[in-house]
Write a protein that binds this ligand. Structure first.
Ligand code: PMP
Length: 390
């Protein structure tokens, strides 16, 4: 019996890029002490007061089907937050609550692209992007960026790909590179979208993790609110990865269609999760700053350790919870470096190749373990690189 092309072609080359991670997890399961600097998940858990809000909501009976578009309360809270932060008038009809940012990415591409349409995204990319696009039936078209340009997209390449395309997906602050697109880059991207009549999908799930520069949402630029879908999530901003609560913000007409899609796919997000998310968002920006703080701190620690060596080139992260290192001077690919490091020192990092061609020869380090463990692991990693370099 044949399966659909969509499901069998989700992963190109038969891999999903998570091999080192899976290997590290099985080493751990076998009892080895592995330091995991792989997955983008906080080392803290969801705060107890947020869990209490979830518990109270569930005990009060919010355990039945919730409203498919999301609760009025949470949609209003998100609309108000984004209006205040971007100046773009936004109300509940511009917001759909989704089970995490990941399903929002999928839904956004379903809304904008017909099967066969060209959907653009930038390489390096978050590992699920190509499969997410292919899963909708659209063609995934990666546009290269370069380490030498600090992984910022270049207008000529976008202009060349845009004429036949339907949508462009961007992500700032960026996973895996940690780059925060400056306003000029966002303006350049907005110009490309307007000139070529492209939809823009702006993945802003790391918007509360900015170490340098400022986050500019393209939806706030003139003429962009009507052609932009913003992807948001509670995962990174509030350490709520397992709660699966995210959203799409966009034009009301698009959201109305996406609500129909939600009716036919997810049928909404549990009410007690939404109430907890609403409670968490109402704690304001101070809580978001607190949750981001360990990454800010570890970024500074990492830059200090890495400044004591010259073999590994650092792309200093301006945002998000990751650090990219160019390991090419060791004579290894990102993948062989990561596999050897795991085998010899029980330290797991992600090969850049997991995030596309542009990140080949790099590794991505998630800053997601205790400060002391993190610094020691980085020192070991630097010594290991030196030993390879010789
Ligand atoms: N976008 C990016 C860039 C991510 O890194 C992630 C998660 N690692 C997501 C979207 C999806 O996050 P979630 O589904 O947990 O909201």
């Amino acid at each position: 019996m044949l399966l659909s092309q969509r499901i069998t072609h989700l992963n190109t080359n038969g891999t999903d890029g998570w091999e080192v991670f899976v290997r590290a997890r099985s080493m751990k399961a076998a009892g080895l002490p592995v330091v995991e600097l792989t997955i983008g998940e906080h080392d803290i858990r969801t705060q107890t007061d947020i869990l209490e809000a979830m518990h109270v909501s569930a005990m009060n009976g919010h355990t039945g089907y919730a409203m498919v578009p999301g609760t009025d309360q949470l949609r209003d809270t998100i609309a108000k937050r984004v209006s205040l932060r971007t100046g773009v008038p936004t109300d509940r009809d511009n917001v759909l609550i989704t089970p995490g940012g990941q399903s929002a990415l999928f839904a956004a591409h379903i809304a904008l692209c017909d099967p066969g349409d060209r959907a653009l995204y930038l390489d390096p990319y978050y590992a699920t992007y190509p499969g997410t696009i292919r899963g909708t039936g659209a063609q995934d078209i990666a546009i290269q960026t370069h380490s030498r340009d600090a992984f910022l997209p270049q207008q000529a390449l976008l202009d060349a790909a845009a004429p036949d395309a339907k949508s462009l997906l961007i992500n700032t602050p960026n996973n895996p590179t940690g780059v925060v697109y400056p306003k000029e880059t966002i303006e350049m991207i907005a110009g490309v979208c307007q000139r070529h009549d492209l939809w823009l999908i702006s993945d802003e799930v790391y918007d509360t993790q900015i170490w340098q520069g400022e986050h500019v949402s393209p939806r706030a630029l003139p003429g962009m609110a009507e052609r932009t879908l913003v992807i948001g999530s509670m995962s990174k901003s509030h350490a709520m990865t397992g709660s699966r609560c995210g959203w799409i913000i966009g034009p009301k007409e698009v959201i109305a269609h996406l609500i129909h899609l939600a009716t036919h796919t997810t049928y909404g997000v549990p009410g007690f999760i939404q109430d907890a998310a609403d409670y968490a968002l109402k704690q304001g920006a101070d809580l978001e700053v607190d949750i981001a703080e360990p990454f800010r701190r570890r970024r500074a620690l990492a830059l200090k350790v890495l400044s004591q060596q010259a073999l590994l080139r650092v792309i200093p992260p301006q945002g998000a919870m990751y650090l990219m290192l160019d390991v090419r001077e060791t004579g290894h690919s990102g993948s062989s470096f990561a596999n050897l490091l795991l085998e010899t020192h029980n330290i797991a990092v992600m090969p850049g190749e997991s995030f596309g061609r542009a990140a080949a020869g790099h590794i991505r380090i998630a800053m997601t373990v205790d400060d002391n463990v993190f610094v020691t692991a980085l020192q070991v990693l630097c010594d290991f690189a030196q030993s390879l370099g010789k």
